[in-house]
Ligand binder design. Structure first.
Ligand code: IMP
Ligand code: MG
Length: 183
């Protein structure tokens, strides 16, 4: 992609760096209270949630461990729940941890549904979800995160870890993607 097309596809900033930072500070403080004196494992879903994880873990002031899970889901239009392929699994036995899943966005809910099933079967002490963005209008599976920092309408967004064709993850804000200018 040319640099010109890269910039032209960024339609408008939806959520600024400052807005994200303020919400993360608040969430970090709440998590630090909720998990006080508990063995906490933050599990970030790759690739999208890597930026959110990096900022959120630094807003948490209690001891915690971090881990990464890379999953790919395969679905077709007639099957409402498919299979999730674990591209990179967790290294630790999670039965001794309170697990908090760090997700970038919940869209149809399918990916997270499958990941929750998978991790539940490993008997963590507790299992909760925090997502940066929630697109409830697109939900196919009835699933609510325990905490969502921003609820957004049914538009395609990029930046702050979220991609379009693996590009745009490095934008420091969340923007609406303008598909008119594709290469
Ligand atoms: P779900 O299984 O439909 O909930 O899909 C969630 C995944 O789809 C997210 O983890 C993202 O990788 C991707 N996704 C959904 N909506 C967007 C978007 O607006 N921008 C970028 N990625 C998205
Ligand atoms: Mg993702």
């Amino acid at each position: 992609m040319t640099e010109k097309a890269f910039h032209e596809n960024i339609k408008r900033i939806l959520i600024s760096e400052a807005e994200i930072k303020a919400k993360i500070k608040e969430a970090g403080e709440q998590i630090s209270q909720d998990y006080k004196e508990k063995p906490l494992l933050l599990v970030s879903i790759l690739n999208g949630a890597f930026v959110f994880m990096a900022d959120l873990c630094r807003a948490i002031s209690i001891p915690c461990e971090i881990a990464f899970l890379c999953a790919k889901s395969y679905y077709n239009e007639t099957v409402s729940s498919g299979t999730v392929e674990i591209v990179m699994d967790l290294k630790q036995d999670i039965s001794q941890y309170h697990v908090l899943i760090i997700e970038d966005i919940i869209d149809t809910g399918r990916t997270l549904h499958d990941i929750l099933q998978l991790l539940k079967a490993r008997n963590p002490l507790s299992l909760n979800v925090i997502t940066l963005l929630d697109k409830p209008d697109r939900r196919v599976i009835d699933l609510k995160p325990n905490r969502s920092l921003f609820t957004i309408p049914d538009i395609f967004v990029i930046g702050y870890g979220l991609d379009c064709g693996e590009i745009y993850r490095n934008l420091p804000y969340i923007a609406e993607y303008d598909s008119k200018e594709t290469i």
